[in-house]
Design a protein around this ligand. Structure first.
Ligand code: PGA
Length: 247
């Protein structure tokens, strides 16, 4: 089955780096059956789009603003992203929640803005180490999902992918067990069932993210209930991310 393999490049890579990266990456993934997307920084999006045009690799952005336009110095709107050829936008990444104090209601507005412009959304959810140890993670995940999706119709879910990223696993090399990821996929699907329907719960796409590399990609992308991977650090090296994209 087709998997979704997304590379979140975070605040890395200059224009030149992206050029070299894409030139190396495209021939390596030309036979991939998966939906592959790279998420470079805002300033590299337009250039990356030009380099990707002849390929099936899609383009994503790492963030978007919650308002459509206006006096919001330094921000980028969903319409602007759409206009440069972006397909996906990551919303609610734990780094944005923690460092930029992004809350669920802002995340909800960002999702609505993005869907309104025809962008697909990768909504990130996940618990801290403390929340996992204190068994609060189920509650945390349910809340993140229900508040992020508040007011959305069931037919809009086809343009939303939920990425489960345990915060304690991001960039640490620490991995949850396969059982733990499968359990969280169940929690997410159950939450979607409560809020929407059985069909919505079956159809929603769920990614796993956190310390994925070419060695563990196959294992984690094959966990029941998981439809793909959101990759950070390992997406920065073209050869490494290509191996993951070809799982
Ligand atoms: P990582 O990051 O793969 O470097 O752990 C994942 C992410 O933050 O999306």
């Amino acid at each position: 089955m087709k998997k979704y393999i997304f590379g979140n490049m975070k605040m890395n890579m200059t224009l030149k780096d992206i050029e070299i990266y894409i030139e190396k990456f495209l021939p390596l993934v030309s036979a991939s059956r998966n939906e592959v997307a790279i998420f470079p920084s805002f300033v590299n999006l337009m250039f990356a789009k030009q380099k990707l045009t002849a390929s099936k690799v899609l383009l994503g952005a790492q963030n978007v603003y919650s308002e459509p336009y206006g006096a919001y110095t330094g921000e980028v709107s969903a319409e602007m992203l759409k206009a440069v050829g972006v397909s996906y936008v990551i919303i609610g990444h734990s780094e944005r929640r923690k460092l930029f104090l992004e809350k669920n209601d802002a995340i909800n507005t960002k999702i609505k803005q993005s869907l309104g412009q025809g962008l697909k959304v990768v909504l990130c959810v996940g618990e801290t180490k403390y929340e996992r140890q204190s068994k609060k993670f189920k509650q945390v995940l349910e809340r993140e999902i229900s508040e992020a999706l508040r007011g959305l119709y069931e037919n809009e879910l086809k343009n939303i992918i939920i990425a489960y990223e345990p915060i304690w696993s991001i960039g640490t090399g620490k991995l949850p067990t396969q059982k733990e990821v499968e359990q969280v996929s169940g929690i997410i699907r159950n939450e979607i069932k409560q809020e929407y329907s059985e069909t919505a719960s079956k159809n929603i796409k769920i990614l796993y993210g956190g310390s994925i590399n070419s060695q563990n990609a196959k294992t984690f992308s094959s966990i029941p209930g998981i439809n793909g991977l959101l990759v950070g650090g390992a997406s920065l090296v073209a050869e490494e991310f290509a191996k993951i994209a070809n799982v």
